[in-house]
Structure formats: structure tokens, C-alpha cells
Design a protein around this ligand. Structure first.
Ligand SMILES: [Fe+2]
Ligand SMILES: [Fe+2]
Length: 490
């Protein structure tokens, strides 16, 4: 009996460990919460008040108003929950943007529904949301914006509704994956053309009156003018996306790829002033990218984050081992473990300063403190202990915070494994390499560094395999090719 209890306890423990740990909820200040709640109330009022305008009011009118009001309020709440689920690090500013766009669409439906096609009202915001907050959030937004009509008197053609929903869903799905401004431009041309063709097929070509009507651009119910308007609004949206990026701190794929350009001044400086750190960074990019691909994370985010994670070392490159040529080590010269620990911590603090100066988005700047978490600077801690200094272990730990996302956690693990894998013997077996990787990752787990990262045990297993694969590639590169006797190469 006791065995069964112990086994079931063990099983339960293993099962719990294999589950994704609960993530700390996004910290939103009380004022922001209030603003978000008020916007949701306004959305609900706009979406339902017309039901109260029927005179005389009877019980069923009030009941249907209450139902619509609650429906809009719950829909807004669900939208916020979906966005938080998809983006665990979403900020209150971004949530405010998300629901303000919903509010704007509901208001414009009331004011403009009779003169502008719903396509032009719903598709452009869907593009902004998919670019900045992901496809799932955009799809949730599109569903609410398409289904929730504030004025029951506005009857949308069923076919138009279908076209609207399909086009907006395509924009939401593709928008989250688009990796350059050029692709965005293509989308803003092909989606309107697609909507025109489908309107032509499903609604009928009779309603298309072309250039003979001089007022075709704003003519009501004109498919051609609607399409043109949609294309124009989409182009303007693309033009304004960089402004949304800086005001609301949203991070699009195009921005990430721009930042990952190695010709950026800060990265160029790193390659010139701290070449060892730059090499270390490139190797980490490889490790982290492979691991992120394995677990289905955000590859562009981690590639860019990895590139900037150690920029703080620019403040004193030669204090870091990878930039020393072996002749002189400033840490030996000062012979003060406490000062040395301060220099190490400074690479995080200075890194954050560089991030602010270079206007790096928050999601990228987060990699700077989180890749070190609250790790112990073991070497200097034991050196201080050897010297019998009166020290506190916390003085030899980075200030944190520990990784708050899967991507920053992967970077921390890659950072820990990089030096060990680089130093491994070329003849070492895969098993030895995997053991080294597992040991380093286990020590981070045991130290509590991964507790808020959302990484499951299964994902950690995949990360280990990914690091091993990269190591095999590195080993392959280091194997020298045999050269012919007369040193000619083909
Ligand atoms: Fe670092
Ligand atoms: Fe590093």
C-alpha cells in the first residue's frame, strides 16, 4: 500500500514537473487597469445604446440591451485574455492600443457604415495587431470586430460578411509572419485585389461602375471605390506602423530584422572593440536559434536579442576573458573579487544604458539582464571565500530578474553552454557533449533561474538536443580537410 502511495506521489510529481509552470501575471498598474476597463465600458455602450432608443421601451428591449452590453464587455475581456496568452510580456500600452482600435472600429461603424465598406474599417487595424501582437490576437480581434455591430439597422450582405471575414483572417495570419516591409506592400496590393475579385464573383459585377462616375472614390456601394479605399488605407497603415512601434512599443518582424542587421553601429562597435564577445555572440545566436526552432518559439526575436545581449561589455572589453589575449588580466592586477564582481554586473547595467541610448525595444532590452538572471559569479565568490573576506553570497549574484520568457531562458542556457562546448575536445563523443549540456542546464534549473520562463520539461529536452546538433556542426567545421601535396585547392 505504501509503495502504491509513493509511486503515485512520484508519478504526480513527474507529471507536475512536465507541465508548463504557471507564468507570473503581467503587471499592470491600477491606473492602466482602470483606463482599460473604462474603454471596455465605452465599447459596450457604443455597441448597445441604439437598442435603448426604441420608444416606448419595453422589458424585452431592456433585456436585449443588457445582453448586448454584457456580450461586448465579455468579448473585450476575452480579447485581452487571448492577447495576454499569446504575448505573456504584453504591456498595458499595447492592451490599450488593442481595445482602442476596437473602440475606433465600433465608433466608425456608427458614423461611416453607410458610406464606407466594412473591409476598409476592419482589415487595416487587423494588420497592425497581427504585426505587433501576433496572428491569434488579430484573429480574435477580427472575430469581435466583424460580429459585433453597434447598429442593428445596418444589415451587411452575407457574402460581403464572408469576404470581410476571409480577407481579415488572411491579413491576420500572414501579417504575423511577414518579415519585411516589401512583403507588407505586396499584401496591401493583393488583399484589395482579392477582395474585389471575390466581391465581383459573389455579389455581382452589375454593381461595379467604373470611371464613368467621376465620384467613384467615395461612391456608396461601389466595389471599385471600396477596393481603392482599402488599398489606400492599408498603405497608410503600413506607413504609420513605425509610429505605432515607437509609441506603443510594439515589435514587428520587419523591425526585428532591421535591428538584426550586423551593420548597425552598436554591433559594428562590438565587432571592432570587443571581437571576442562578438564571436561569442555569433555562436550563441546559432545555438539559441536552433533551440528556439525546435520548441517553436520566436526565432527572429531571439536572434536579435542574442545579438545585443552582451553589448554592455563595450564599457570595458578587456575585463572579459573572451577579449583577452592571455598576456594581461585586469582582474589579477586589482586582485579584489568584490570589484571584479562589480565589473561583471556592470556589463548588464551598461548594456541597459546602451539599449536606452540606441532606442532598442523593451523585448530586446529584456535579454540583457535576463540572460544573466540572478546567477552566481562562482569564480569570484570562491576567490573571496579563499581570502576569508566578510561577504554575502548575494553580492556575488547578478541583480536579475531571472528569465521571464522562453526566449530569454534559452539565451541564458546557450550563454552557459557556449564556452563549455567551444572548449570540448574535438574527439569527444555525442554522449559526452550531451552530458556537459545537461549538467549546465540542470544547474540553472536547480538554481531557480528557469522558474518564470514557461519552459516545460519536454521543451528543455528539445533544447538539449538542439545544442547538441549545433555542437556537431561546430565539430564538423573544426575538422581539417586533407590538402593535396602541392597545396592546390579546388
Ligand atoms: Fe553576459
Ligand atoms: Fe554572453
Amino acid at each position: 500500500m505504501q509503495n502504491i502511495t509513493t509511486n503515485s506521489k512520484n508519478l504526480f510529481y513527474q507529471w507536475r514537473r512536465s507541465q508548463i509552470p504557471t507564468k507570473q501575471p503581467v503587471k499592470i498598474s491600477k491606473i492602466d487597469n482602470l483606463i482599460i476597463f473604462l474603454i471596455c465600458i465605452v465599447i459596450s455602450i457604443i455597441s448597445s445604446y441604439k437598442l435603448l432608443l426604441n420608444a416606448p421601451l419595453n422589458f424585452s428591449d431592456i433585456f436585449s440591451w443588457l445582453l448586448t452590453f454584457t456580450e461586448a464587455l465579455i468579448s473585450s475581456g476575452i480579447l485581452i485574455l487571448v492577447s495576454k496568452k499569446e504575448n505573456p510580456t504584453i504591456t498595458s500600452r499595447q492592451i490599450i492600443l488593442l481595445i482602442t482600435l476596437l473602440l475606433a472600429v465600433q465608433a466608425s461603424k456608427l458614423a461611416l457604415a453607410s458610406s464606407i465598406s466594412p473591409l476598409s474599417m476592419i482589415i487595416p487595424p487587423a494588420l497592425i495587431i497581427s504585426q505587433g501582437m501576433g496572428s491569434i490576437t488579430a484573429l480574435a480581434w477580427v472575430s469581435i470586430a466583424s460580429l459585433c455591430w453597434p447598429d442593428p439597422a445596418i444589415a451587411i450582405n452575407n457574402n460581403l460578411f464572408l469576404i470581410l471575414f476571409v480577407c481579415a483572417s488572411v491579413v491576420s495570419l500572414l501579417g504575423g509572419r511577414i518579415r519585411s516591409r516589401a512583403q507588407l506592400l505586396q499584401l496591401s496590393i493583393f488583399v484589395p485585389i482579392g477582395s474585389l475579385l471575390s466581391q465581383w464573383i459573389l455579389i455581382g459585377k452589375d454593381k461595379i461602375s467604373l470611371v464613368e462616375n467621376q465620384e467613384f472614390i467615395f461612391a456608396n456601394g461601389n466595389m471599385f471605390s471600396d477596393t481603392l479605399l482599402l488599398a489606400i488605407v492599408m498603405l497608410f497603415t503600413i506607413l504609420f506602423i513605425p509610429i505605432f512601434e515607437s509609441i506603443f512599443g510594439i515589435l514587428t518582424k520587419a523591425r526585428l530584422l532591421e535591428l538584426a542587421d550586423k551593420e548597425k553601429p552598436l554591433i559594428r562597435r562590438l565587432s571592432i572593440e570587443a571581437p571576442g564577445t562578438f564571436e561569442h555572440t555569433l555562436l550563441i545566436c546559432g545555438l539559441a536559434e536552433e533551440a528556439t526552432r525546435m520548441i517553436g518559439g520566436d526565432i527572429d526575436l531571439i536572434k536579435t536579442g542574442a545579438l545585443y545581449h552582451d553589448v554592455g561589455k563595450l564599457h570595458a572589453p578587456n575585463w572579459f576573458i573572451e577579449n583577452q589575449d592571455g598576456s594581461r588580466n585586469p582582474h589579477d592586477e586589482i586582485d579584489d573579487p568584490i570589484k571584479s564582481a562589480e565589473v561583471l554586473q556592470a556589463h548588464v547595467d551598461e548594456g541597459l544604458k546602451y539599449a536606452r541610448k540606441n532606442r532598442l525595444p523593451k523585448a530586446i532590452a529584456n535579454f540583457i539582464p535576463e540572460h544573466q538572471g540572478t546567477l552566481k559569479m562562482g569564480y569570484f565568490f570562491y576567490k573571496a571565500k579563499e581570502k576569508n573576506l566578510d561577504i554575502d553570497e548575494n553580492d556575488f549574484r547578478y541583480k536579475g530578474p531571472v528569465p521571464q520568457s522562453k526566449e530569454t531562458a534559452i539565451l541564458m542556457l546557450a550563454d552557459g553552454c557556449e564556452a563549455a562546448l567551444r572548449a570540448m575536445n574535438i574527439n569527444a563523443s555525442d554522449k559526452q557533449a550531451l552530458e556537459t549540456i545537461s549538467k549546465i542546464i540542470y544547474s540553472r534549473q536547480k538554481d531557480g533561474q528557469l522558474q518564470y520562463s514557461n519552459l516545460s520539461q519536454g521543451e528543455i529536452f528539445l533544447i538539449k538536443r538542439a545544442f547538441l546538433n549545433v555542437w556537431k556542426r561546430i565539430r564538423h567545421r573544426r575538422i581539417q580537410y586533407p590538402t593535396s601535396k602541392n597545396n592546390t585547392f579546388s
